[in-house]
Write a protein that binds this ligand. Structure first.
Ligand code: COA
Length: 260
């Protein structure tokens, strides 16, 4: 199958899915989210695939977030729908896939990009990677599970600070925080990640799928949190600050927020 915004290769039972919109820093527009969800579903059912690696094309970005130009005029209802559909068809789907999904974070992983990597079962980063949830600079909150998965991975205090300041952290800081498991030079990122995949492939697939299920089961209580995130994300779309934040990004200027 051919995808507009993805490149897919399968080798030695490892599928590599490369998000391919480098001129937009691989930002997740609707078409890419839909491509990704279709591709992950098919690879999940493909017996030639035991591990999936997700990465971004180019040397600069994994994914620089959801595509701001696409949702800048959304209403409260459309905003909540965007989050709900994305969570159901892609982010939750990846987290609950029976096969391991590893994010190879090769540059900026911001907003929806960091959220995508956090929905994967674990993350490996290149040394140039930068990670953050900058949604509040746009008058939004994370809407693809970021308010839930970031505290699960780095702890509540660090997640509060990262989300409230919108600050980007380096790959090394992300490793200290437990957000990524390894940091390697960019040129070695894919080989290193595939090396981990090869170790996983030696082990029993049914047992691996049950390990994923059991580990995830511990976090299911967070479901209310995901629903709260969707509703709160939607509400942000009704504010003047959201209009100002997204317009300022698209006009390449600093936003001036009023709290309204
Ligand atoms: N949505 C839509 N377009 C995006 C994007 C996003 N999330 N992130 C980057 N782009 C586009 C830029 O608009 C630009 O397009 P143009 O060349 O047509 O003007 C192109 O990708 C390159 O980005 P640019 O901002 O010029 O690169 P930079 O090196 O100066 O800055 C970033 C890199 C990542 C710091 C900056 O692109 C950025 O802040 N992106 C948005 C991050 C964000 O807020 N994500 C959360 C969204 S919920």
């Amino acid at each position: 199958m051919n995808y507009e915004n993805l490149l897919i290769s399968i080798e030695d039972k490892i599928a590599t899915v490369t998000i391919n919109r480098p001129t937009k820093l691989n930002a997740l527009n609707k078409a890419t989210i839909s491509d990704l969800s279709k591709a992950i579903k098919l690879l999940g059912k493909n017996d030639d695939v035991r591990v999936i690696v997700i990465t971004g094309s180019g040397e600069k970005a994994f994914v620089a977030g959801a595509d701001i130009s696409e949702f800048a005029n959304y209403t409260i209802i459309e905003g909540a729908q965007l989050a709900a559909e994305g969570q159901e068809t892609l982010f939750d789907y990846i987290e609950n896939l029976k096969k391991p999904v590893i994010a190879a974070v090769n540059g900026f992983a911001l907003g929806g990009g960091l959220e995508l990597s956090m929905a994967c079962h674990f993350r490996v980063a290149s040394d140039n990677a930068k990670m953050g949830l900058p949604e509040v600079t746009l008058g939004l909150i994370p809407g693809y599970g970021g308010t839930q998965r970031l505290p699960q991975l780095v702890g509540k205090g660090r997640a509060m600070e990262m989300i409230m300041t919108a600050a980007m952290i380096s790959a090394e800081e992300a490793k200290q925080y437990g957000l990524v498991n390894h940091v390697v030079p960019q040129a070695e990122l894919l080989d290193f990640t595939k090396g981990i995949a090869q170790k996983i492939i030696k082990n029993a697939p049914f047992a691996i799928s049950k390990a994923i299920k059991a580990i995830n089961a511990n976090y299911k209580d967070g479901k209310d949190g995901f629903e709260t995130e969707i509703k709160s994300f939607g509400k942000c779309f009704g504010t003047q600050d959201f209009k100002e934040g997204t317009t300022a990004f698209l006009e390449k200027r600093k936003a001036e927020f009023t709290g309204k």
